[in-house]
Design a protein around this ligand. Structure first.
Ligand SMILES: [Zn+2]
Ligand SMILES: [Zn+2]
Length: 268
């Protein structure tokens, strides 16, 4: 059975070096913000209709990290800042380093890495970012993907296709970023793997008998962000009230400016 360990955003975000939203503020507030789980996108997200686009870093020469810290710094100092200026977050859903470590980027939320609007596959038009996860192999132009990276990509895709919740499940397609888009990504060494039936396709490896997930309707969901996810401390005191004693609702609003976080913001 496949298993995949996904390192949370905080693993790389703690290596962000400065506050890009306000240079006058310390880096740690920025680090805290991007260490939190990714925000849900307001755009449509139907990954079960498509599947995966595969990417590489594409930087010149070779990426030869001497430790896992090098991989994390690479994401925090090079990849994230480039994407942040354009989108306010990292583009990729997941990144897989040469050690085989899987890093969360946008995670299970819609990313924006795949370029362009739509791609037609088998007569069906699909949104490139609407219906596909993006997975980046952290390779420079000259680098070959090693077994650790390829195995982790396959385990990750197995997880997203068969184990993720229904509204986040990935479809059966595996495409190179260059499919329908003018880019060399994911490079000559990884492109050969970015297709169905390849070394990284989890289908055969899963026994070949597992059905491709059925499409599901994504009905609007109530989504409650836990306290720990937005960094709140536990309550100092709690007054218990039974449901029978509850007679209605009080509705509050946030009077704070858009630059204030939930923590610094109150309803006065
Ligand atoms: Zn790409
Ligand atoms: Zn690594």
């Amino acid at each position: 059975m496949a298993s995949v360990t996904i390192e949370k955003r905080s693993a790389w975000a703690q290596h962000i070096t400065h506050n890009m939203s306000d240079p006058n503020r310390p880096a740690n507030t920025f680090i805290a913000r991007y260490s939190m789980p990714p925000m849900e996108s307001s755009r449509e997200w139907t990954p079960w209709k498509g599947g995966f686009f595969i990417h590489y870093m594409g930087s010149r020469g070779s990426f030869s990290p001497s430790s896992e810290i090098d991989c994390r710094k690479r994401i925090a100092e090079k990849i994230f800042p480039n994407h942040w200026r354009d989108s306010g977050d990292i583009y990729y859903n997941f990144l897989v380093c040469p050690h085989g470590t899987v890093y969360e980027g946008r995670g299970y939320e819609r990313g924006e890495a795949n370029g362009g609007a739509r791609i037609t596959v088998g007569g069906t038009s699909l949104g490139r970012n609407t219906s596909f996860y993006s997975i980046q192999g952290m390779l420079a132009v000259e680098d070959q993907p090693n077994n650790a990276m390829l195995d982790s990509m396959r385990n990750l895709m197995f997880h997203l296709r068969y184990e993720a919740s229904d509204t986040k499940k990935a479809g059966h397609l595996i495409l190179p970023h260059s499919a329908g888009w003018n880019t060399k990504c994911p490079g000559e060494h990884l492109t050969q793997h970015a297709k169905r039936g390849s070394r990284i396709d989890p289908t055969e490896w899963a026994g070949g008998s597992r059905p491709v997930p059925e499409p599901v309707d994504r009905t609007p969901q109530l989504r409650i962000i836990s306290r720990s996810s937005w960094g709140a401390r536990p309550p100092r005191s709690v007054a218990k009230v039974s449901n029978a004693e509850r007679t209605g609702f009080v509705v509050h609003y946030s009077a704070a400016g858009p630059d204030q976080t939930v923590r610094t913001n109150g309803c006065w």
